[in-house]
Every structure is written in structure tokens, then in C-alpha cells.
Design a protein around this ligand. Sequence first.
Ligand code: SF4
Length: 600
Amino acid sequence: MKFPYSKARRGQLELIDRIRGVLGSKVFLKAPTGFGKTIVALMSHIHMGKVLYAVRTRNEMSPVIRELRRLGEDFTLIYSAARMCPLNKGGNSHEFWLNCKLLRSRNMCPYYQRLSEVSDDEVLEVLKGEGSTDPHKLVDNIVRRLGVCPFFALSRLVDRVPFIIVTYPYVFRNEVFDTAFDTVGRGDLYLVLDEAHTILNPAMVIDEELDVFTLDKAVKEVKSYRLGSEILGYLQGIMKVFHELRSSMLRRIDKSDILRDPSELFILQDALISLRIAKLRKAISPYELMSSSTALGRVVKFVEYLTQPSFQPYGYVDREGVKVIKVLTPDLKYIRDIVSAFKGALLMSGTLPSEEIIRKVMFSDAIYIDVEKEYGSVFPESNILVAIYAAVTSSYRHRSEEMYSAYRELIKEVAQKLKSGVAFFVYPSYSFMEGVIRELMVEGIRQVAEGYSTTFNDVMQLALKEKKLAVHAVAGGKLTEGLELLDSNGNSLIKVVVIAGVPYPQPDDFIKDLKSRLETSVGREVARKFVMDVQAAVKVAQAIGRAIRSEKDKAFIILADRRFLSRRLRDVLGLKYDIVTSELKEVLKALTEFTCSDAG
Ligand code: SF4
């Protein structure tokens, strides 16, 4: 087995052997982006058995595909079947499998029917021979060139190839896992999990939700298709629960207010089948059938999750005023059980908490490797300069118009000092962000604030077009977790990161439940540290990581909250504080000097 690059980074070859020697254990690997974790993960598993390589998003499959081709290893990839399906142009997903099953049973899906005419070798040839590493293009090519269903063609390869690249739901949702793996169980697979810090908050990994508008539509469907008074009464009972929601924070709902008896789920499922059959009579083509969906289907999926013992309903009113109920598990045991079901697991991230926390909270027998501690800094330490601005705090007790204004001043001055590139401002919540940027005017710089519809591509286009751009984002949100703003040479465009307030989780009922369940096993102190400090530190590290993608990148980091000085947060953050001040002009002076030295 030959390392496929001319030179390995310090620690890479040693790690391959080390991980290989402990396969079957739960190994946590902490290494920053740019270290080359992917090649280490793949090479440590080659010829050792079947590997399920899980990434959070479809786009994150590309580097894995690239490295597997470099290694000459066979692989398959599987993401949402609803998105892969060439007949499902509308993207309907909650009733997707029901529709697909109906089409297959009636021989109405030409892509499925052609599967027997195409060999596994032909599918592998598309995966291996194609220049692009874009999973969407590969799936399109299977449809265009071979004319077959990409989901079934790719999942058929599971038995044959050593590496299976999937998105998270194939790991954490049993019903999704079962769609692709009928001959192979978790116990037959080694798991490699990318961005493994995500699993420390179960709400980031698995949730189901229902909003009041969807429920209302379901009520109308039941009435118009005359599905019976029993089902109507049941849905109206849930509507009453929605009417009582008032808080913008997650509030626990008594499960029995929604699901008194598991038999209610069967009644719902029967009603859904009657509704689907009635709709099917109207659908004349496979495309029409696939695009038809029902609100009742959404309700059924929501209730199905509620029947699982570790799941609990929480309600809230979202930023648009819509009432929503989420079904979440506030129990890390759910995640631990799933990871433990695999033959072994390699859990990788640049922002993992300490070994002590991982062992106490996740697995007492975990093997923990911190690449930078053991093999030295991956990037020069001088590439970031960290300033603490202690004149402000986002603490609830001190939130006032005056405090928003102090943050606004900081942000305005920093944005004005930016010579070129992107200033990334990260807030603890949407409401805090709105409070600060409401009246923020900065001349000569374009601004964009994260919203429901903001996409990576929108921000990337702006960053490439504008000489200077201010991006406002929420910690733990879409942008801080996945944004990559690079120029044509692969250098990061983000020059300054301002963490505008410690991103502690909101003290909602979900967080309280997560904490209280942990307390029983690890005690109050560790539970508090994990639920508050560790979660905040992971979000801060993620946001900073957006700016440093390779050794060429330099960034000025401002941690703008006096609570960053607390011993507890300092311990979990593990950052060297270069400047600590309550004077804005000192922060700005250091920023100017850093920017000048960077330019020089
Ligand atoms: S192409 Fe046919 S078999 Fe494949 S997912 Fe779509 S409906 Fe189902």
C-alpha cells in the first residue's frame, strides 16, 4: 500500500499504522482541515473490511471520491434516494418511498425495470472513469448513460465494494439505513464519521418536525377525502397543542398530548394509504405520482418518530411566527448505541472537545488522538492572532440597546478597517444578530446576513464579486458549519472573524433535558461543562476554522465577550490569547498591524 502523494505530512504515516492497529475500537481523531484526515482514514482501513464513510452533506463526498480514485479503490456512494430519483423532480421526500414502491409494484418505473440489463461493472465504470468528483454529476451520468435507477444501481454495489460513501441519515436513521443495506448490517461495517463534533448534540443529527400549516392542510385532506371522524378528531387534538405554543424557545410537550396510544399511529397509517390510493387514481404518469405528496404523510412520519421511546416533542414559535413541534432525542445514548453497533468507528473532526470529556460523555474506552498535540502544529501558529475584546458581553443579563450599540460599533470599525476580502461576524443567535445589525450602516462594504434562504453559492458569488464583504452569521448555523470562501488559488477569502458573544446554547427545555440526563451518569459539573462550555467552544472553533483552510491562510480573530476570559471557557477553547483589552482602539490597532504584516 503506497502513500499516493510525493510527501506525507508529519504524523500521517504514523497515524495510518496506528489506527490500523486498533481497528474495532472507537477512535476519536482531532486534526484541523488541511491535515489530510481523509487519506489517513481511508488508508488505515484498506483491505481490512467494508467501510461506511459518512459525511454531513453531499458536497463533502467529493474529497473522499477524489482520494479513493487516487488509491485505486472501488467504491459506491449513496445519498438521499428522493434526490437521486430521476422521476422525483419536485423533491418530495416524506412519501417518496411509498410512491417509489407503488411505481415498482405496478412496473411503472422504467429506470427500475432496466436495472437487470445493466451490470455492476458498468456502474463501477461510471464511478471510476468519470473525471468529475461531484456526486450529483456521477448520479446524473448513471441515469443518462445507463438509463437505470441510480439509487438501486449504487446500493447494489454495497456487497461488492470495500468503501461506501453515505450522508449522515444512512448512519443515524434506522429506516434510512434499511433502504440501502438489506444484506449488510452495521456490525459488518467499519464506520468513518467526518465532522464528528456534530454528534455531541443529538439535535444536529436527527430530528423530525411538523408545523401548524402542514397540520392544517392534513385536516383539510382528511375532510375532503372523507377519511373518517376518528382521524379528524385526532388531528384536531394535535391542533390544540399547537394553539398553546407561545415561546420562541423549545418547550417540552407532554408526549401523551400528541400520542395517547401507539394504535393511533396505525389509524393514521391506514388513512394515509386510503388517501394515497385515492390520489393514485388521478395520477396518470410516473412523474405525476412521484410529485404528488400529502400533508398527512408528513404527520405520519412525525408521529412515527414519536413512538420511539427516546424521542420527545418540543414546541416553539419560529422567527416568522410559525408554530412548530420538533421531535428530538435529548439522550446521547441514542448516538452512542448507533456508533457502538458498528464493527469499529473512526470519528474525526478539527473541533473535538478534550479526551477527558469524550471519555466521560461518549465512550469510556475511546482512543483519542490529537494530531497537533502529538505531531506538532499543522499550520504555523502565527497564522492567527486572537484578541479578546472584554468591553462587551452577549450575556442575557446585560442585553440592552446599549450593548447592541457597543457591538455595532466594534463591527462597524472592523468592517471599515478591512482592506479586502471577507469579515465574518458570528453571533450566538438570530435574535442577537438582528439586534446588532438592525441599524448597522458601513460605507464602502457590501453586507450579507444569514437567513433561511441564504445559500453557500450566494455568499461565494458575492465574496468573489465584491472587493470587501461583511458576512453576518449565526454560530452553529449553516454558514459557520460549512461555508468555504476560497479564491481561484485556493486561499481563504476570510481575513477577520469576530465572535460577537459567547455562543452558549439557549437555555431551552431540550438543553435542560440533555443536561439532566447527562447528570445522572457524569454528575452536575461535567454535564454543565459539556452542555454549555463545550458546545460553545465547538461553535467558536468551527467559525474560526472557516478562515483557516490551509497553511497559507492568515486571520485575525476577535473574541468579543468578556466571558471568554473565564477559566472554564479558556480550558475548553484551548486558544492562546494574544491581546486582552477593553479598549476598542487597541483591538483596531492590532488588526491594522496584523493586516499590514500579512500584506507585506
Ligand atoms: S427511479 Fe424508480 S425505482 Fe428508482 S427511486 Fe425513482 S421511482 Fe424508485
